[in-house]
Design a protein around this ligand. Sequence first.
Ligand SMILES: C[S@@+](CC[C@H](N)C(=O)[O-])C[C@H]1O[C@@H](n2cnc3c(N)ncnc32)[C@H](O)[C@@H]1O
Length: 226
Amino acid sequence: MELAKTNIEGLFQVKVNDKSRLVTHNKVPGKSVYGEMLLSISGEEYRVWDPYRSKFAAAFLSGMKELPQIQDKRILYLGVSTGTTASHFSDILVNGVIFGIEFSPKVMRRFFRLAEQRDNLIPILADARRPEEYSPFVFEVDMIYQDVAQPEQATIFGRNSQEFLRSGGYGFLAVKSQSIDVVLKPGEVFSKQMEVLEQEFGLEIQEFGSIDAFEKKHAVIIVKKP
Ligand SMILES: C[S@@+](CC[C@H](N)C(=O)[O-])C[C@H]1O[C@@H](n2cnc3c(N)ncnc32)[C@H](O)[C@@H]1O
């Protein structure tokens, strides 16, 4: 098996049984986080990143070009859940850290156990709609990653970007159209969310892409704070 670098540092592609897979170097050798395949390549262990379980991997494989780098970043992750995607970010990070916000105590318990094994994950039980409640525990970040499936997705992102995102920092926003409006066409829902990000919060849209091939009626918006 041969590893190929991608344009995201720390993210590799490898062929397994003629299929191309995304992989990250396992920070905790021997441990699979969500049942993903572990591969031994040149004496090192890698974890296969499942695009059906993670919107970042889905966005990469859907051909999005402006995905933010992860290495050396301080990341605020809204809707971290049990840590599927965050575990791969944790593999990639060199000096950075991830503040993982999750409001379900049951789900957070599992993320907490993951954070006990990975020293770059900081679990915070809180509601992403109320950034003022966790502002004492989070400092300025280089990137906000959001995947919360809530009606007010752009507003939640915008408020967090005002509070925590540094100037020049990036955002990755996964948008599920059905959580916002089941009547409007997905394209209209996505346009309205981008309007809110630009006009209400002054964020610059860098890229918009559908990830429908992996997650129905989902899209990803990449933004930059001027
Ligand atoms: C689609 S899942 C996230 C999956 C995760 N991003 C991953 O790739 O591993 C959405 C998560 O967001 C959480 N969530 C939804 N609304 C939230 C809110 N307002 N504040 C914090 N967490 C929220 C849910 O409890 C759920 O765990």
